[in-house]
Design a binder for this molecule. Structure first.
Ligand SMILES: [Zn+2]
Length: 368
């Protein structure tokens, strides 16, 4: 049975100087409105124990626009400002439902600037996208095609720390489940190998990554030597951001291909819940990147499994996957991390990671 899902397609684009200026102004107003509304909600919540509604925030925005000092809010499209309030509303709903932390202020330095436009605030015609307050379409780099006849319902414009502009188009798409297959797979996450599958296959980190990481480390060292506030420092910072952006882009592409393949080839995919493991503080770059990849991979597996009629099973994080013999079920007392291969008393010879993946698969299948 086909289902309709919302899917985001993200592209780079090159704004004209006027468009860049308009967007920068819009981003500034979005941040201001978000922070101001957050401040008011916080005041109401802490002083009066009161929850402010979206309608109230929206009315407050209208009032701000009428004041002299905030009249400039009228110069940008009102839709991204309303959307900022909707996001804040969602943030509070998640907070009150104990699904998320208290919403944080958007800082000029740390938050990624962006603006969201709904249908009334952009024009989509013959594959050309024109945003409100602009008279020319965005010069989008169509790195992959939008699905035939797709009509974006929401577009989000953002700029990353490397100074690159992005537009993300949300479109509705029909996806059909894949024909069922018999295979299942367990996945063990590691540092030496990105992943080990219960089939014995080891999936290495993407090519180029070692070199990119070396470049990143070099750029970070260069940055640390620059004086605070200097032009050189700003340049060095941009350089770090660019290398970082390339690493995350390549990672994402790699993970997309990998997760599509895993979901295609297997009816059931079993992974471990690594939430606790990721909370262990380890400041190595490799660790940080691998944790980020794991979270990203898990979410890709989740939605792709749902799209294509597959099952993703997430098993308990305290499961002793590496200490258990997948052949006879004996639990070993100690398995030092540096022991890559071991032989059980039952005679089974194990590769540590493949054995762990096999155990994860067995636990996942038993849990269903
Ligand atoms: Zn054994």
């Amino acid at each position: 049975m086909a289902q309709t899902v919302k899917r985001a397609y993200k592209y780079r684009f090159h704004p004209t100087p006027e468009q860049a200026e308009e967007l920068a102004r819009t981003f500034g107003c979005v941040r201001l409105v978000y922070n101001k509304a957050l401040e008011e909600r916080t005041r109401a919540y802490t002083l009066q124990g009161r929850r402010v509604s979206y309608v109230e925030s929206s009315a407050a925005l209208t009032a701000w626009k009428r004041t002299e000092e905030l009249a400039f809010l009228n110069e940008v499209s009102s839709v991204p400002l309303q959307q900022a309030l909707r996001h804040l509303q969602a943030g509070f709903a998640n907070f009150f439902a104990k699904r998320a932390k208290y919403p944080a202020f958007k800082s000029r330095k740390k938050s990624r600037p962006g603006a969201e436009y709904t249908r009334s605030a952009f024009r989509w015609r013959d594959g050309a996208l024109t945003l409100a307050k602009m008279d020319a379409p965005l010069d989008i780099v169509w790195s992959r095609p939008l699905p035939e006849g797709a009509e974006p319902s929401t577009v989000t414009v953002s700029k990353d720390t490397a100074g690159r502009w992005f537009v993300s188009l949300l479109v509705e798409e029909k996806v059909s489940p894949l024909p069922p297959v018999a295979a299942s797979v367990g996945i063990d996450a590691g540092l030496n190998h990105l992943l080990t599958l219960s089939t014995g296959e080891k999936i290495a980190n993407p090519r180029h990554e070692r070199r990119d990481r070396r470049k990143l480390a070099k750029a970070q060292r260069a940055l640390s030597r620059k004086a605070t506030g200097s032009a050189n420092r700003a340049r060095a910072k941009l350089k770090v951001a660019r290398v970082h952006a390339r690493i995350t882009d390549r990672r994402r592409d790699f993970l997309h291909k990998l997760t599509t393949r895993l979901v295609r080839e297997n009816q059931t995919v079993v992974i471990e819940d690594l939430t606790v493991r990721t909370m262990v503080k380890n400041h190595s770059l490799a660790r940080a990147i691998s944790d980020a990849s794991w979270r990203q991979m898990r979410s890709m597996l989740e939605y792709k499994a749902a799209w294509y009629g597959r099952e993703l099973v997430v098993i308990d994080r305290f499961f002793p996957s590496s200490k258990l013999c997948s052949a006879c079920g004996t639990v070993r007392d100690k398995t030092p991390l540096n022991v890559r291969e071991w032989t059980c008393a039952c005679g089974a010879a194990h590769d540590r990671d493949v054995n762990a993946a096999a155990n994860i698969l067995a636990a996942g299948l038993a849990e269903r």
